[in-house]
Design a protein around this ligand. Structure first.
Ligand SMILES: C[S@@+](CC[C@H](N)C(=O)[O-])C[C@H]1O[C@@H](n2cnc3c(N)ncnc32)[C@H](O)[C@@H]1O
Length: 216
């Protein structure tokens, strides 16, 4: 699952030198967040953070919360590490592994205040739709790891994926839709603009944002 891609020399250096500060190695063992972050605070999990600019911005703007990012693309992880160090961020940790395995084996039940899944891979070809991360078993896993009234935020710029998200969430008895927005990048729901959102807008796509709260 880990995607090595082409690393710049500074990204490679960041992976070597900054990983001990910000990284959590994947291990099939439940984490103790109070000891990971050396405090008790609400925890925000971002799945597939890309280059991490949005994640670092959110962590910088909200020092009272702890942020955990999961990503498999090494150049993005390197970019995020550099941005986190530049901004002197202390409330952020990263895991470089498949998000589903991390949720299954490292994240305690009812431990997360909010999960962000911003612009997940759309897998536009019909025969690849089953690879989309937003599926019923993924939603059950997220519901279990969220606090009882925790929330799941999703955004996409793919009309067809938006239809899929509306359908699978409507079938879930674990979440209720608190807010849905369709816009042109001008009304993001409680989040900064992301790199893939900018790319989608450039291609003339509309943007969908949701907040779903856990109800069970
Ligand atoms: C379309 S990009 C969006 C990146 C970023 N959220 C943004 O909006 O700019 C989707 C990201 O999810 C990551 N990703 C895909 N599947 C993943 C998985 N199973 N676990 C962790 N990250 C994943 C990809 O590597 C990619 O960086």
């Amino acid at each position: 699952m880990r995607r090595s891609g082409r690393l710049t020399p500074s990204q490679r250096r960041a992976l070597d030198e900054l990983w001990p500060t910000y990284g959590i190695d994947f291990k099939p063992q439940i984490l103790n967040f109070d000891s990971v972050f050396s405090r008790a605070a609400p925890r925000i999990l971002e799945i597939g953070f890309g280059n991490g600019d949005t994640l670092v911005q959110q962590a910088g703007e909200d020092p009272s919360r702890d942020f955990l990012g999961i990503e498999v693309h090494d150049p993005g992880i390197g970019h995020c590490l550099i941005a986190a160090q530049k901004a002197a961020i202390t409330n952020l940790r990263l895991i470089a592994h498949d998000a589903i395995e991390v949720l299954e084996s490292q994240i305690p039940s009812a431990s997360i205040h909010r999960i962000n899944v911003y612009f997940p891979d759309p897998w536009p070809k019909k025969r690849h739709h089953k690879r989309r991360i937003i599926q019923p078993p993924f939603l059950d896993l997220c519901a279990d790891r969220l606090e009882p009234r925790g929330s799941l935020r999703i955004a996409t710029d793919w009309a067809d994926y938006a239809g899929h998200i509306i359908e699978v969430l409507a079938q879930s008895d674990r979440f209720t839709c608190i807010e849905q927005r369709e816009h042109d990048g001008d009304k993001p729901l409680d989040r900064p603009m992301t790199k893939f959102e900018r790319r989608g807008l450039h291609h003339g796509h509309r943007i969908w944002d949701w907040r779903f709260d856990r109800i069970r």
